[in-house]
Design a protein around this ligand. Structure first.
Ligand SMILES: Cc1cc2nc3c(=O)[nH]c(=O)nc-3n(C[C@H](O)[C@H](O)[C@H](O)COP(=O)(O)O)c2cc1C
Length: 611
């Protein structure tokens, strides 16, 4: 695969076609739940399936495309590399040429190293840029003309899911491009779902404090590097368009909007021009999110459209997010690989890292380090919790450099062999991703660090693990009956690890919570049960969870567990409550529903799915 520079989305779609990566659907489809259902099954097929091109969308004159980035091959095609590691290698080369002295310098280095070179966005020289071939203003503006998707049954409406939201800092004049979903409220207004910790929100706060209207422009559909760049966690005040230029190896051509004072990618498919009022908020959501759950409704700013401009024959592009693996996993993988060298400028001891998809990017990271001194792992854990969007991370596991953090078998081995529940846990509190639902508090909660590195001189040794007697082979029926006699509500079990030569023996249970059978009931009974003494790590799940599905139980574990509340430790043993939580567990916030197409949206309220 050669490095390719696409000028616009159309060129990328053509490339996907040539490469056999695009499926065309020529019969008319509905943007309400039908495109999303087709996209869901396509992106869940092995390897991420194909990109989908919907030639005819009911009630819209425009075609739509989904799943454009949703496979290892397509994300590489999109970013013009044979392997995502090559992106990191290119960044490493830049760092080698001008190594930063410290964190501040690293951020500065990003701007200068990229901008002095040929990546700085440039003004389009075309008289009528393609994104403005058609201009719609005033009463003709109607967002419902676009094939904007209603993605999941309980979504509050239609959402623009792949927008490049362009804003400018009031204080520095610097541009920010971020991807924040937008709920269509009516013909001319949408929500603006920038989370509280994001740069878009930071810029908005400047306008809010100054009581000024904020100009906002939204590009939908651009060359793939530009789309990706909007999702990348660039440091504040570093223009994502420079990153796009770096990836494409050529600057992004920009043009000025017609009704607001901002620049947008000149070759975008659609542009929504408009503004956000400093003091206007509106209920936004719920929306089927990339966590695999509906993100809860909340108040967000409102975007007013003053003009829609588009190409003569534009393609609307969208993504469907949901329980991983979905398209956004591949965008996140690109970020993981691209940002490793940048992270290493601040933490040179970090050898590699992995954000498992089941952790939906903010729940868990596994990091390998070159350990040099006592408690080095704790230093890395604390450092990462203060680092950009890594600070949302709920759990950090640190392994030695001899372990490949991207290899789940090796990491599991370390966990089984090394993890001493009495010495290896670092507890903390801090900010959490807005989408976290496990904490009883919004945006804030408990975190856990786990140090699985080998102990070195100067560090207290792990406790020797007491000998346990375990039958040669458990009779699972007898074990289940014994557990059920000791603890009501246990439905089934799975023995995950039972090797007595290893430090940790792990059991997974399926339970039915009910009145009087809350998380703490199960924790107490399970820790007390004599029959369970050979197991020192017991995880329990709700009755609707397939405990034989490894990916599913990890996803539930990472999403549902508040490490401060749900990891119950007693004398070197632990029970972890990976179930849904409610007031019985001290969780008074709403708990979101899981995404499913099986719920009829019109019956959902009756069935109690929509509160
Ligand atoms: C498909 C997709 C949808 C996203 N939706 C949102 C969103 O609604 N709100 C948000 O704050 N971040 C969202 N993100 C993550 C941001 O795009 C990402 O954190 C980005 O770095 C934010 O940029 P900023 O730091 O410049 O604000 C989304 C990412 C993807 C890939």
């Amino acid at each position: 695969m050669k490095s390719v520079k696409y000028n616009n989305l159309g060129e990328f779609i053509q490339a996907l076609k040539r490469e056999g990566e695009l499926k065309t659907i020529s019969h008319p489809v509905s943007a309400v739940l039908e495109i999303s259902k087709l996209t869901d099954s396509e992106s869940k097929s092995p390897g991420g399936g194909k990109a989908l091109f919907f030639e005819k969308v009911k009630d819209s004159p425009f075609p739509a495309a989904t799943n454009l980035f949703g496979s290892s091959r397509r994300i590489c095609l999109a970013l013009g590399v044979e392997n995502l590691e090559h992106l990191g290698d290119r960044i490493r080369e830049i760092i080698r040429m001008s190594p930063p002295k410290d964190l501040r310098d690293m951020l500065g280095m990003l701007t200068t190293a990229f901008s002095v070179s040929r990546f700085f966005p440039r003004k389009s020289r075309v008289k009528v840029p393609s994104c403005q071939q058609v201009v719609i203003k005033g009463d003709d503006i109607n967002l419902f003309d676009l094939p904007i998707l209603h993605c999941w049954p309980q979504d509050a409406g239609r959402f623009i899911t792949l927008p490049l939201v362009i804003t400018q800092s009031l204080s520095t004049g610097k541009r920010n491009v971020g991807m924040y979903r937008m709920q269509v409220f009516d013909r001319k207004t949408t929500g603006m779902h920038w989370h509280i910790h994001k740069d878009g929100s930071n810029y908005f706060n400047e306008y809010r404090k100054a009581g000024k209207r904020m100009p906002v422009a939204v590009a939908i559909g651009a060359d793939p590097a530009t789309i990706y760049a909007a999702t990348a966690p660039m440091p504040r005040n570093v223009d994502e368009m420079i990153l796009a230029g770096f990836i494409r190896n050529a600057p992004v051509a920009m043009t000025r909007c017609l009704t607001c004072d901002l620049e947008v990618p000149a070759e975008a498919e659609f542009v929504l021009e408009g503004y956000v009022e400093p003091d206007e908020l509106r209920r936004e959501g719920p929306f089927g999110d990339h966590t695999g759950y509906y993100s809860l409704a909340d108040d967000y700013p409102v975007f007013h459209v003053t003009a829609i401009t588009h190409r003569k024959s534009p393609v609307y592009c969208a993504t469907l997010v949901g329980r991983p693996p979905m398209e956004d996993c591949y965008l996140a993988k690109a970020t993981e690989r691209l940002f490793l060298p940048l992270l290493q400028t601040v933490f040179p001891e970090i050898m590699d890292y992995w954000l498992p998809w089941e952790g939906v990017f903010h729940n868990i990271v596994i990091v390998s380090i070159k350990k040099e001194y006592p408690r080095h792992a704790q230093k890395v854990i604390s450092g990462l919790w203060g680092q950009g969007q890594m600070s949302f991370c709920k759990a950090i596991i640190v392994v030695d450099e001899t372990v490949d953090p991207k290899n789940p078998i090796q990491v599991m081995q370390r966990l089984v062999d090394n993890f001493d529940l009495t010495t290896d846990i670092v507890n903390a509190q801090g900010i959490l991703d807005v989408l976290d639902h496990s904490s009883p508090f919004a945006n804030f909660g408990n975190k856990i660090g786990i140090d699985l590195t080998d102990r070195i001189i100067g560090e207290p040794l792990r406790n020797p693990f007491p000998p346990v007697s375990m039958p040669e082979k458990f009779n699972e029926d007898a074990l289940l009956s014994g557990i059920q006699a000791a603890c009501k509500g246990v439905l089934s079990l799975r023995i995950l690890r039972d090797d007595t030569a290893r430090r940790n023996r792990i059991l997974v249970l399926k339970v039915r919570k009910a009145a009087g059978l809350s998380g703490s009931y199960f924790a107490e009974q399970l820790l007390d049960a004599d029959i369970l003494q050979p197991f020192n790590l017991i995880l329990f799940y709700d009755s609707n969870v397939d405990i034989l599905d490894n990916s599913f139980i990890l996803w539930k574990l990472f999403n549902n567990v508040d490490p401060g509340r749900d990891v119950i430790l007693r004398q070197g043993r632990s029970v972890i409550d990976a179930c849904k939580k409610g007031p019985e567990e001290g969780h008074d916030r709403e708990w979101p529903d899981e995404l499913s197409f099986d719920v009829n949206p019109f019956n959902a309220r009756k069935e109690g799915y929509i509160r």
